[in-house]
Design a protein around this ligand. Structure first.
Ligand code: V47
Length: 439
């Protein structure tokens, strides 16, 4: 593994080699840890000087996470593809009487939990469609079954839209915050450990009505995550890009997430002494921002952990490139490699209060995810095994890589592979046995 030069030296070199003069003030802001605004985000999307964009993202990524590349040993479980919605970008959903429709029984779920233990998995990542008939008890029983069968495996489950659906079927009212909070508490008591970032798509009304009408709005998605944080659960966020949205939509999506994380982390930042700055909201108002990418904050290793933060928070953003195959939007081309790379970089640069940015290898391909480790991403997700939601280039449902594959990908990219658990604690492994570094 080659040694990466000191960050100051790199910053200096980046500044010397900027080819697009519009990027010079942005580079200076990034180097000094100043928050970037929407216009600067747009410049990063439009410039032809991709080298500078990549170099700046890499600088920030190394400042926050050094030479570590995270992966995990997990199993994704998509318990049912039957869905009341018909989002146009989604090739996963089926109606109940349609070919290929399925739902897992509790016995199937128990078998999956046993397989997770046998594989030494630390996490089960569970999401499914909005099933019109399964009762609320099914979801609680699912969690309890896994808890009983595999007590040490972390359950990361249910996107915000599923939580709202559960509030509705539990007759707690889908619009009401108390109902959603009640659902989150019930799920937590049954074994839920955190929430994945799915279903955020792009927070924009036009995109919502063109591609996923009927699904919860961006505002509702953000509220569910806010409530989950208040209930002590860490969550992730996604951005599904490369279909009908604009660059402006992507930047606004990032700004809204960044603003929410400011709210969530402000108390933590004040007590820990992390950098805060005055920032302008997406709608023009001023607020106090938490900037983890500030050089002093990053050098002090100040990142939220479950020990130091009294609430949950966003851990990672996962930019998801739209995969058109078999969806109603199949006529759209979907983003290509450079677009994916740039979006990863811009995400890293804009989301200065997210500790991690993930390149989900299933959607990016392992080859691109490896490259993205050098361009903003510090995590490539896990062994996965079965994945039903998207299939790149005709892949089947079995989409598995070994730990060795993930470690090799990280090493080849010049990083030190570190197995993490869902909460980004280091895992020490001996075959299928593992322990975790407590915070
Ligand atoms: O919610 C659906 C998206 C998401 C397509 O939190 C599509 O750690 C691209 O959220 N092309 C599921 N994307 C995946 C997801 C995820 C993945 C890995 C890690 C984490 C995490 C979360 O995939 C869905 C939807 O937004 N999606 N169809 C498509 N055709």
């Amino acid at each position: 593994m080659t040694t990466f030069p000191a960050i100051d030296t790199v910053a200096h070199r980046v500044l010397e080699r900027v080819r697009d003069a519009a990027l010079t003030p942005i580079a200076e802001d990034v180097i000094h840890g100043r928050r970037l605004d929407a216009e600067q985000g747009m410049t990063l999307f439009r410039t032809s000087d991709i080298w500078t964009v990549c170099s700046l993202a890499d600088l920030v990524r190394r400042r926050l996470n050094g030479d570590v590349a995270y992966y995990n040993v997990n199993r994704h479980l998509n318990y049912s593809n039957i869905c009341a919605l018909s989002c146009k970008f989604c090739a996963f959903h089926r109606k109940r009487d349609q070919d290929g429709a399925y739902e897992y029984s509790l016995d199937d779920i128990r078998d999956e939990a046993i397989k997770a233990i046998d594989a030494g998995a630390t996490e089960m990542h569970i999401v499914g469609g909005l099933h019109p008939w399964l009762p609320f008890e099914y979801y609680l029983d699912m969690l309890r079954t896994i808890r009983e069968t595999a007590p040490r495996v972390h359950i990361k489950a249910f996107t915000a839209v599923e939580i709202v659906h559960l509030a509705r079927i539990a007759k707690r009212g889908r619009e009401k915050e108390e109902g959603i909070r009640w659902v989150i508490r019930q799920l937590k008591e049954a074994g839920l450990g955190s929430m994945p970032g799915g279903g955020a798509e792009v927070f924009d009304d036009r995109v919502h009505s063109e591609t996923h009408r009927g699904k919860i709005s961006g505002d509702q998605w953000l509220i569910v995550h806010r409530l989950a944080h208040e209930e002590g659960l860490n969550t992730n966020a996604t951005m599904l890009y490369g279909h009908v949205e604009t660059f402006e939509d992507r930047i606004r999506h990032m700004q809204l997430l960044r603003q929410e994380q400011d709210r969530t982390l402000l108390d933590w930042a004040r007590t820990q002494g992390a950098c805060t700055q005055t920032a302008i909201d997406h709608d023009g108002a001023e607020h106090e921002a938490v900037v983890l990418t500030d050089p002093a904050t990053a050098a002090a290793g100040l990142q939220p952990t479950s020990e130091t933060c009294s609430t949950g928070y966003y851990q990672t953003l996962i930019p998801l490139p739209f995969i058109p195959d078999d969806s109603e939007l199949e006529h759209l081309p979907g983003p290509m490699g450079l677009e994916n790379l740039r979006t990863m970089c811009v995400s890293r640069l804009m989301l200065d209060n997210f500790p991690h940015i993930k390149a989900f290898w299933i959607m990016q391909t392992l080859e691109m995810a490896q490259f993205m480790l050098q361009n903003g991403a510090d995590d490539i997700d896990g062994t996965v095994v079965w994945y039903d939601i998207t299939k790149v280039d005709g892949a089947g449902t079995h989409q598995e890589v070994t730990q060795r594959d993930l470690q090799r990908a990280a090493r080849e990219a010049g990083f030190h592979p570190v197995e993490r658990d869902t909460l980004y604690r280091t895992v020490h492994r001996d075959g299928r046995e593992w322990t975790v570094d407590e915070d």
